[in-house]
Structures are given as C-alpha cells and as structure tokens.
Design a protein around this ligand. Structure first.
Ligand SMILES: NC(=O)c1ccc[n+]([C@@H]2O[C@H](COP(=O)([O-])OP(=O)(O)OC[C@H]3O[C@@H](n4cnc5c(N)ncnc54)[C@H](O)[C@@H]3O)[C@@H](O)[C@H]2O)c1
Length: 418
C-alpha cells in the first residue's frame, strides 16, 4: 500500500485520540453501524481532501465500514495531525498522503497521489482537489460520479465555476445544509477559534478590544464566544444587513480603518482577500494580535506585513512577531492560516459529528441518484437535516414536541383568520 506520512510509530497515540473523539460522535457512530450492515459504498473509490483530524478519521472509518476504498490527503498543510495519519495507515489500512507543515509543492504532490488512485467520488474542503480535476486532471473528471464540498469558500468557488458553465460533475454543497453551517461554522469555529488564540498566546480575553471581520456564520460564533469571555467585541462588515444584525446583537460596528486604531486582537472570518492590509497595520497599537479563521491565508495581507517589518521572529509556537518600528511589534498567529486548526485541534468532535454525518449522507445521496444527477450544485434534501438533528437530539437525551393533527391542519391551512 502506498502512503506518505511522517511517522508510523505514532499510530497507537493516534488511535487513542480517534477513539476519544468517537465517544462524542454518536450520530456518525450509529451511521457507521448501519453502513456496516447495508454496505451502500461497496467497492466505491473515494478521494478525500480534508483536515486530517481525529474526526475526519471517524468519517473515513464510517465510509470504509460501508464498503468504500478511501484515499486521504490534507486540505491544509498546517492542520494535519501526524499521529492520526499513522493510525489510519496502521489500523485502518487507509492510504494517507499528508504530513504536518509540508511545502506547497508536497501539498499538491499529495493531492495528485489521491487522484492517481482514480477516485469516483470526491470529498473536498476548500475545493482544491475538485480544482485540479478542472485544470490539470480534466480527463479524470469523466470518471467522477459526484463530489461533496465542506466549506463556504469551497462552495463559493464551485458556484462561480458552475455559473461559468464549467462544472464537470455534480457537487453536493454540504456546507449549505442547515445541519452544517448553523452549528459547525457558528459554534464549532466560535469555540475552536478562541481555543486557538488562547493556546497560541495564553492572553486574557476579558477587557480586550476584540475585532471580528465578517459577521457571517463563522463571525457570529467567534463574536459571541469572545463576548462571553468578557472581551469587548467590534465587528467590521461590507454587508449592511449583517452589520445591523451585529449592532443589534450588541456589538460595536465600524470600518476596519477605525477598528485597526483601537483593536487588541483581530480575527478575520470573511472568506475574502486582504481584509487587513498595510494601512491598517500602520495604525495598529503596539502588541496587536492578528489571526484568521477564514479558509485561506489571504485575509491578512502577509506580503504587506513582511514589507513593513524591519524584523521578523518566531516568539512562541504559532506566534510570529513583526517588528515595524522601535515602538511597535505586531503578532501574527499560525502564519495567517486557520488559527482554530493550526494552533488548536479544530472543531470539537460533537460538532463534526453533525458535519460528517452530513458528508456521509451526501456520498449516499450521490450513489443513490448517480443516474439522475446533472453537472450542477446540489443541496442535501431537508429530510437529511431533520434526520441528523433527530439523532443528535436523541443522543443528548432530549425529546421535543410533535404537532397534533389539529396543529398540522392549522399550520398548513389558510382558512382560519382573525
Ligand atoms: N476555521 C474553520 O474551521 C471554518 C469553518 C467554517 C467555515 N470557515 C471559513 O470561514 C469563512 C467564512 O465562512 P462563513 O460561513 O461565515 O461565510 P459567510 O458568507 O456566512 O460570512 C462571511 C461574511 O464576511 C463578510 N465580508 C466579506 N468581505 C468582507 C470584508 N472585506 N470585510 C468585512 N466583512 C466582509 C460578508 O459580508 C459575510 O457577512 C469562509 O472562508 C469559510 O470557508 C472556516
């Protein structure tokens, strides 16, 4: 079996962590048992490009239990957990092509290795693997039955590909399922972004001016968790509706130009490019912390920061100091990459239970509908959201009310008025 990982000896440590995460993933666990019996993915070759975490390992185990042959590469060079890679190779016999901290060249070589395995279904996070199938590996695209995309940025890229009429196979936008973005983007990133910032800096959040750029699903989550820890949250936006929402949620709203003069900690969560740049760095306070949770490392303009800096030095794990002048040093966390995955462990398993249950269901959706699907973007049917949510509630031991016949008739009728 071909693979490329850092150290197979880390397998036992990885296995313990994978089992630890599994305890918090009851929905995926129940699906795994069902897949083991029904084998919906028998002999299916799946190429996955995901953050290599303990939760991802549990998704791959579920797909394998369903009969699939899975090949894995990393969706981000900084988030790979080497012990998880080792456990997947040693215990699950899954070919893994991922190592923490690899160069861009090796990162793409790993993506190519997964494509060489001739996958028929793709699971992607950020659309890099799907991107290769539309550029350097177009001939392989014919074999693809469908792909699943995990995150907002990936879905946005694919929507623009589809709009240009260039999408080569069906794609399920897993991110657009309610069960995904409502919880993963908001509560998962909300908690893990704070976790990453704290592990990297060990700073006190209470009393700090905490600037969140972007008030989408991710920004809302980060703002609410920072505020819950006593930080004074400032939101920047380009969308007037989201800006009103942030204001009515109780935060200050202003331009990045204004926020950059007063912020202590900055987190970008926009999926956009160069949200914080040279003119902002120039007016920031000494000691300001810069971080990002958007998918790519383009939200903080690192090129301009490098240009402005007189000196650059790594001062802690995940913290790089950029000295701009005698009196001013700015600190960039995790090289501007996803701070929740690079400096911490990404989303808690309980959240990934929902997202990866949706991923598994998306693969099932592609297989069941393979003859009907067109080269377009699909959203999972709402019944899948309901099914996963019901299983999760059951695992919490929570029951909810069911509408009676009278209520159902009332809600679906127009006859009863004032
Ligand atoms: N770190 C993680 O684990 C994780 C998890 C989920 C999503 N993501 C990524 O986070 C990013 C945001 O995802 P989302 O689901 O919140 O998207 P979203 O579309 O719901 O929200 C993005 C928000 O940013 C705003 N925005 C865009 N450009 C801006 C700018 N220049 N200044 C201020 N605001 C701006 C938009 O108006 C929008 O409200 C994406 O890149 C997504 O892929 C990361």
């Amino acid at each position: 079996m071909k693979y490329d990982i850092k150290n197979l000896k880390l397998a036992e440590a990885g296995l313990k962590k994978i089992r630890w995460a599994a305890q918090e993933m009851p929905v995926l666990g129940a699906m795994t048992e069902l897949f083991r019996k029904t084998k919906p993915f028998r002999n299916l070759r799946i190429g996955a490009c995901l953050h290599v975490s303990t939760e991802t390992a549990n998704l791959l185990r579920a797909l394998k239990a369903g009969g699939a042959r899975v090949f894995l590469c990393a969706s981000n060079p900084l988030s790979t957990k080497d012990d998880v890679c080792a456990a997947l190779v040693a215990y699950e016999k899954i070919p893994v092509f991922a190592k923490a901290g690899v160069s861009r060249k090796t990162f793409y070589a790993h993506l190519n290795s997964v494509l060489q395995a001739k996958p028929e279904v793709i699971i992607d996070d950020g659309a890099d693997l799907i991107g290769l199938l539309h550029t350097s590996h177009v001939r392989q695209a014919k074999r693809i039955l469908g792909a699943c995309e995990e995150t907002t940025t990936g879905v946005n890229r694919l929507k623009s590909l589809s709009k240009a009429g260039k999408l080569l196979f069906p794609v399920v936008a897993v991110n657009d399922a309610q069960i995904k973005h409502l919880f993963d983007n908001r509560y998962g990133t909300g908690q893990s972004a704070i976790d990453g910032i704290l592990r990297a800096t060990n700073f006190m959040l209470a009393g700090k001016k905490f600037v969140v750029a972007g008030y989408g699903w991710v920004g809302r989550g980060v703002a609410s968790r920072a505020s819950g820890m006593g930080a004074e949250v400032i939101v920047t936006e380009i969308n007037p509706i989201r800006a009103i929402e942030a204001r009515m949620d109780g935060y200050s709203v202003m331009t990045m130009n204004e926020a950059s003069k007063i912020g202590d900690i900055f987190v970008t969560a926009t999926g956009n490019i160069n949200v914080i740049g040279g003119r902002h760095f120039s007016q920031m306070k000494n000691g300001a912390i810069l971080s990002n949770v958007g998918h790519f490392n383009v939200e903080v303009n690192i090129g301009e920061l490098e240009k402005l800096a007189k000196k650059k030095e790594q001062v802690r794990r995940e913290v790089t100091a950029y000295q701009l002048s005698k009196d001013k040093t700015l600190f960039l966390l995790s090289e501007g990459r996803l701070v929740n995955l690079a400096a911490a462990e990404g989303h808690p398993a309980s959240i990934m239970d929902l997202s990866f249950a949706a991923q598994a269901k998306a693969v099932e959706f592609i297989i069941k509908n393979r003859r009907k699907l067109k080269k377009q973007i699909y959203t999972l049917p709402p019944s899948v959201d309901q099914e996963i949510a019901s299983l999760k509630l059951k695992s919490f031991g929570i029951e909810i009310d069911k509408p009676g016949k009278e209520q159902e008739a009332y809600m679906s009728g127009w006859e009863t008025g004032t």
